[in-house]
Structures are given as C-alpha cells and as structure tokens.
Design a protein. Structure first.
Length: 420
C-alpha cells in the first residue's frame, strides 16, 4: 500500500485506541516494522470508512478517493488513486468540522488497541502530499492514549513556502509536485522528532513542547477559513519500528567480478542521521582498508572506493557492528557483513542496458524515461496495443509507442519529439 497524510481545513489524521477494525490490523512488513495503517486508496473507489473518518460536508468540504490521472496530477501511474480534499469557493462558513483522520470516534479507535504505550514511544508517520498552491496548515501530534488532548504542532505550513517547527526553526516545502514526508517521533528518554522530506533529512531532533509520553494521533488542519482550496494526499503509513537490521546490499553478498569503482551500498530498515562511521569497517583479503569514504542517507550506507578504485582480484568485506544505532537510538539487532570479489585485470567489460523499455507493463508511456513534445501542434504520443492497431507480429510486440500527427494539421512540427 502507499503513503500520505493530508493537509486540510481541519484535516485530522488521528490515531487512537480500543477495538480495531479488521482492515487496520497490525502487520509486520518486509522491513521488519509493524504497520498499524498502510493505505494507498487503490483498492476501492471510496475512502475506507472502517479506517478513516471525515468531517461533515456542511462547511463546503468534500473528501473523495479519485484517480490521479483523472485529476491530471504528476506521477499518476505511480499514485493510482489518491485522496482529494476540497472546499468550494462560494462557501464562507468557518471550517470547524473539516477533518480527515484515522478512525478515532466511539469504540473504533485504531492505534492503542494494537500497541502498548511503550511501543508508541517510537513511531514513524509517512505520507505523500500534493499542494497546488501555498497554504496555511498544521500537522499536530496528540497523545490520545488516555483521551488526552495534549499535543504539539510538528509542522506549521505558511503561505511563504516555509514550515515552522516546534522550536521555531523553518524548513521549505514545494507546490505543484508530490512531496513525501517521514516524521520520526522518539519519546524513549528523549522527547523529540525528526523530519525527512523526499528522503532527505530536513529537521533533526526537534524537542517537543507538550508531548512527553507517546504519540497516538496526528491531526492535520488548515488554517484557511473561507477560501476555496484543493489538495491531495496518498500513501499514508503509521508504523511501529521492529528490530534495526540490514535489508540488502549492492553488490550482493558473494558477488564476483565487481568493478573497481563501484560504490558499496548497504540498505537498512531505519535511517541513521547521526551514524558513527567507526561502526562500519572494510577489509581487503583480511587487511583493514582505511582510505574509503563512508556516508549515510535515509538508511543507505555508502562506502566509496579509494581515489584509484579497489584493487583487482581482491575479496573485500564490509561490516556493520552492533554499535550502529538508528534514528531512535536502537542498536543493530545483529552484526551484518557482505563480501565481494573484484574483477580480474584486463577482463572484458559487460554491456549495460541504460534503457530497456518495451511499453508492455503499462498503458502509459513512462515519463520518467521518455520526454515528449506538446500536443499543441496536433501531435499525440501513446502506448497502444499492436493488435488493436492491426500491426504485424502483434503477439511478439504487445504494446508499442504510437506517435501520430493529425492529417489536417499544417503547423510545422517544431515541438514534435520523442526522446530518452
């Protein structure tokens, strides 16, 4: 499923306690973490009301699961359905009842029924957000374990394109494109949160002001009272972390004929913004290697080879010891290591496919690979079925890219291109 948290006129994404609907059962994912909510809205044309509740429409608000393609949103194929929150321009009533939140009312509260208060001291909340324009919004965290309304405004969006944090510091946000936010909350010995935007750490260890025990709810509310607005969110996750562990590596453990200049990447299930590089070591045929560079970004540890590259026909081992700690201060559950052997001197270099596209996996042309001219001069660019076009060898070709210009169009095709 996907991830997003919505900003709305009193959009409240809240997470709470008691009996849990079956649709939101805690599930351990491939990364070893426990998902309380992981929703991408693609399985239904309607918002799942056993997980989410919304404010009434009396203030001109609407909440709907819509097709990203139908809304002409970017990256539509990747997002599928998304949640659209909108307010009519003609409505002048204050949006006091305009919230969207993880189910919280009555006996259907979600989170505390699945988690102990100790588990809720470490939480990741993630979401994708699309804002057509700059808006005033608040992402507020609440401790609702005992129906408390104590909380902090983690993210306060302003019309100047800035987000104000609890300590008064500011970070940027963007409009007209999807943005992914990860909020990491830590109430184990410390009372703080960190924020990643699009995979990059933008706020580290921001002290909370009122929250001091746990985080159960996240409410997002717009400050807008009467102005019309529309915004979208997707891929909402509320996650309790499992053991800190390595997930994969490039090259894989035991790889042969690795090129001398290839960086080594070890991917972990949690980020390590304050990683001690001394916890990552590398050796060549058992001898320590010192002249490498070790860095980390959003859980990926990169070991960059020396200036002259690795040595030929040498077995390297990269190790991470249990002194390595994640963003919550959790130690690596068990030491991890990978070994690989570099190529022979003079070995032939294999060909590499930079682009290999047959258009069969989607009925849309991949816009992250291909760039097309505009349609203003009568041009069209589409992925079509070869059989539908009565093309020869249709079974072998499946889908193909069709580029066409209308016969009646007489404008020069100065903008009619299709390219990598």
């Amino acid at each position: 499923m996907k991830r997003v948290l919505s900003f709305m006129t009193a959009f409240a994404m809240m997470i709470a306690m008691t009996a849990l609907p079956a649709a939101a059962e805690k599930v351990q994912n491939a990364a070893g973490d426990w998902e309380i909510v992981n929703e991408n809205f693609d399985d239904s044309a309607a918002i799942p009301t056993d997980i989410f509740e919304m404010g009434t429409a009396k203030t001109g608000m609407s909440y709907a699961a819509v097709s990203a393609a139908a809304e002409n949103l970017p990256e539509a194929a990747a997002h599928g359905n998304v949640v659209k929150i909108a307010k009519t321009e003609t409505d002048t009533t204050a949006n006091t009842d305009s919230y969207f939140r993880i189910f919280y009312s009555g006996n259907n509260t979600i989170v505390a029924s699945q988690c102990s208060k100790e588990e809720l001291k470490h939480i990741r909340v993630s979401f994708d957000l699309y804002l057509p324009e700059k808006m005033q919004m608040i992402a507020r965290g609440l401790d609702n374990y005992g129906r408390s309304t104590v909380g902090d405004d983690f993210l306060s969006f302003e019309t100047d394109g800035k987000i104000t944090l609890v300590d008064g510091s500011k970070i940027d946000y963007e409009v007209g494109k999807w943005q992914h936010f990860d909020i990491y909350l830590n109430f184990e010995n410390t009372k703080e949160y960190s924020v990643y935007r699009n995979g990059t750490l933008v706020a580290d260890k921001i002290p909370t002001k009122n929250l001091d025990t746990c985080i159960v709810s996240l409410t997002i509310t717009t400050k807008v009272k009467t102005t019309a607005f529309t915004y979208y969110y997707d891929n909402l996750e509320f996650v309790v972390p499992g053991d800190f562990q390595m997930l994969s590596s490039v090259p894989e453990n035991g790889a042969k004929n690795v090129t001398l200049t290839e960086p080594v990447e070890m991917t972990f299930n949690h980020p390590m913004p304050n990683m001690e590089t001394s916890n990552i070591t590398i050796s060549a045929n058992g001898t320590p290697v010192e002249d490498v560079t070790v860095s980390e970004k959003n859980g990926v540890v990169t070991v960059t080879p020396p200036a002259g590259g690795f040595a030929y026909e040498t077995t390297y081992t990269v190790s991470a010891d249990t002194g390595l700690t994640d963003i919550w201060g959790k130690s690596l559950a068990e030491a991890a290591s990978i070994s690989f052997t570099t190529e022979q001197e003079g070995a032939a270099k294999p060909d590499r496919n930079l682009v290999d596209e047959n258009f069969d996996n989607d009925m849309a042309i991949s816009t992250d690979i291909f760039d097309m001219g505009t349609a203003k001069i009568g041009m069209s660019y589409t992925a079509v079925n070869a059989a539908d076009e009565n093309l020869p060898e249709a079974a072998a070709h499946g889908n193909v890219a069709k580029i066409a210009k209308t016969a009646t169009e007489t404008t020069a095709n100065t903008d009619g291109y299709f390219r990598i």
